[in-house]
Design a binder for this molecule. Structure first.
Ligand code: NAP
Length: 328
């Protein structure tokens, strides 16, 4: 199938691009800077989601579209807002798909949207989902919990924790640290996308993507320390202190967290009981604990599997199995 993927240089999008390409799909990868995408064998489309005329011609060539653009932090002074990067971007793409006749559309949203959104991130995600649902496209919505895996050089939640825990002797969790999360690998996410494209029954459905292993935040920190053999001491920081600091400093990129990020973290990120998940599509599971030891903690090994260190070549013969982890 010819598939147009947005956010192709991102943490998630890049793995989706690579996975679909390896599965034999023809991929059109939307990037602002094509030189940032180290995947070969795909058609790179230079364009901006906020300017549909920059990509409509290539979108027309596709049979399906996967939308992987999103932000975790807004920087309004730079014009980067949730309204623009989530809602407006989705609206642009949905409309462009309708205009050029791409009927099949897969939308990467986020776990937690269904709870009454209390943050700008979730509110804009909910609004984007609504734009998708009210379109006449054959849509599927995927709501991942926290995603791990992929390129060891790309910023993501688990990598940031690992980097910090490895450098410091004291590291905080907030309150009791008992909020849960169900980390899902980039491999499982990308495989879910692939199966959706190949499964007509997934049209009109919303799936929550969460790994089988569920951890509290505190347990996750312990697990990373254990895997990396870090002697870092974990301590409880009153949420009000972090919230005050985030309120004052969260506008600066160097500060690790905004108040919304803290709120989302403490709301938990495990998949609601009885929610439809990737299991309905029979996506095999990847062990987060196993990956921590073999992937994140052995970056040289993981890097060896990434295109960047393969000299910009993709091994297209790799099997599509969770055994592909850590760099699925
Ligand atoms: N990572 C997670 O743990 C996680 C969890 C749940 C849901 N999600 C969702 O998954 C999606 C992808 O997240 P991610 O972690 O992959 O984010 P990411 O690494 O920050 O990637 C974002 C992508 O969007 C692109 N982009 C930004 N502005 C653009 C524009 N104006 N035009 C075209 N492309 C633009 C970026 O391109 P540049 O390289 O040019 O900046 C990049 O490729 C988001 O919707 C996110 O909410 C992620």
């Amino acid at each position: 199938m010819r598939v147009f993927v947005t956010g192709a240089t991102g943490f998630v999008g890049r793995e989706v691009v690579r996975h679909l390409q390896q599965a034999g799909h023809d991929v059109f990868a939307l990037c602002r800077n094509p030189e940032d995408l180290y995947v070969t064998g795909v058609q790179k489309v230079q364009g901006d989601i906020l300017q549909p005329h920059t990509f409509e011609a290539q979108l027309r060539e596709a049979e399906a579209c996967v939308h992987c653009i999103g932000i975790l932090r807004a920087f309004p002074e730079k014009g980067v807002t949730f309204e623009k990067m989530h809602y407006q971007a989705t609206l642009n793409l949905v409309r462009a798909c309708g205009k050029v006749g791409v009927q099949r559309y897969i939308h990467i949203s986020a776990n937690g949207v269904e709870k009454h959104p209390t943050t700008e991130y979730m509110r804009s995600k909910a609004k984007s989902e609504q734009a998708v649902r009210s379109s006449s496209l054959d849509w599927t919505i995927l709501r991942p919990s926290v995603v791990y895996g992929g390129n060891p050089n790309k910023e993501n939640f688990v990598k940031i924790l690992r980097d910090n825990l490895s450098k410091t002797s004291l590291f905080p969790y907030f309150g009791k640290g008992e909020y849960c999360m169900a980390p899902i690998s980039t491999w499982e996410l990308s495989e879910t996308v692939r199966r959706c494209l190949e499964t007509p029954e997934s049209v009109g459905k919303t799936y929550h993507l969460g790994g089988e292993e569920v951890y509290t935040y505190k347990a996750l920190l312990h697990l990373i320390c254990e895997a990396g053999n870090y002697k870092t001491k974990l301590f409880s920081l009153p949420p009000v202190l972090m919230s005050t600091a985030a309120g004052l400093l969260g506008g600066f990129k160097w500060f690790p967290m905004t108040t919304d990020m803290l709120r989302m973290l403490m709301q938990g990120n495990d998949v609601p009981a009885n929610a439809p998940t990737q299991k309905l599509l029979e996506v095999p599971s990847v062990s987060f604990r196993g990956w921590l030891h073999h992937g994140l903690m052995e970056p040289a090994g993981a890097a060896a599997l990434s295109e960047k260190s393969e000299g910009s070549t993709v091994n297209t013969t790799r099997p599509l199995s969770p055994d592909d982890a850590p760099d699925p």
